[in-house]
Design a protein. Structure first.
Length: 331
């Protein structure tokens, strides 16, 4: 599935950057209209929900303002701000909290400035740092037009630091033929098939993602799987044990694994119900505990007894079926 935006929006300040010129050239050949803007993005609709769906089919190029990198625990030491937003329509997405109804895919064209900022952090650190390139985005769908990931991967190939990003896209062709020196980990967000079908609209299917992970592993990339969000609802044992068997069948023993259980904020729940009024997402507060997150807002997470049992069951099955894989965390 190749993402082709319905409109390319280009901030006027971005027009002088070669990366913007490249995207304009490629997308004009596909008859995608190009709209220049300054100030507020001219999505052209007053209804918030319709504007949300229109924005999801748009690509925005802009200049990142110089701001300090945010931390990114437990995934990495710092966020690397390459992009924000995503063209996917996952009902549970945490961007419903972080970005509200403005989660269009925005790519920052002044990449060199961002990488210079990262280099300064590396120089100041006594230990090699890890940078997360998809903390608030899925940057891969726009890679055909921007080349941001390719240049970032090449940059980290010459550094004593690590780069990682996560995607639900299987459009991996732009990642081939890049010198990566094993410094970039490409992770695929996966879930049990029943939850992908119910909640992850506009994304690649599970088998497509696992196949893409297998291909990139043969390209020499370190590969990881982010199992998220883990829904600990009725029938979860069968759903996730089947997923672990599918990972083994795909020949992916030895990949890094991360598990993130489902959580939601009050703001996200409100936005989700506006955009997806018929959603079946489990967003009841019963069986949850309220916890304040690293960015200051509170979220509802599963209670500790539920978490403990899920952790024991899933990690036990990983140890049995994927003995060469390493679980980085289960939260």
């Amino acid at each position: 599935m190749v993402f082709v935006p319905r409109v390319l929006y280009v901030q006027k300040a971005a027009l002088s950057y070669p990366r913007a010129a490249r995207a304009i050239r490629i997308l004009k050949k596909k008859d995608v209209p190009v709209v220049e803007f300054s100030g507020r993005l001219p999505l052209g609709h007053t209804d918030d929900v319709q504007r949300f769906f229109l924005s999801k089919r748009s690509l925005v190029l802009s200049v990142r303002k110089p701001t300090p990198f945010a931390t990114c625990r437990p995934s990495a030491d710092y966020q690397l701000p390459l992009a924000s937003g995503c063209p996917g329509l996952c009902e549970y997405c945490y961007l419903h909290t972080a970005l509200g109804l403005r989660s269009y895919l925005r790519v920052y064209v002044n990449l060199e400035e961002t990488l210079s900022d990262a280099a300064r952090l590396m120089e100041a650190s006594p230990e090699p740092l890890r940078f997360e390139g998809a903390a608030t985005s899925d940057p891969l769908p726009a890679e055909r037009y921007t080349g941001v990931l390719a240049d970032t991967i090449s940059f980290f190939a010459g550094c004593q630091a690590w780069f990682r990003f996560v995607t639900k896209s299987a459009d991996i062709e732009p990642l081939f033929g890049i010198r990566h020196a094993g410094r970039t980990t490409v992770r695929f967000s996966v879930n049990a098939e029943r939850y992908i079908g119910s909640f992850e609209h506009g994304t690649a299917g599970l088998l497509e993602r696992l196949s893409a992970a297998h291909r990139l592993r043969h390209e020499g990339y370190p590969v990881g799987l982010l199992v998220a969000p883990v829904f600990l609802e009725s029938g979860w044992e069968d759903a996730y044990l089947q997923l672990i068997r599918q990972i083994k069948k795909a020949g992916l023993d030895g990949v890094e694994l991360e598990f993130v259980t489902h959580r939601f904020t009050a703001r996200a729940r409100e936005n989700i119900r506006r955009v997806f009024p018929h959603t079946n997402l489990p967003m009841q507060e019963e069986g949850r505990r309220y916890r304040r997150g690293q960015f200051g807002y509170g979220k509802y997470v599963y209670d500790e007894s539920t978490m403990s049992r899920a952790r024991d069951v899933m990690l036990g099955e990983v140890a049995r079926l994927l003995p060469r894989s390493r679980v980085l965390y289960f939260v």
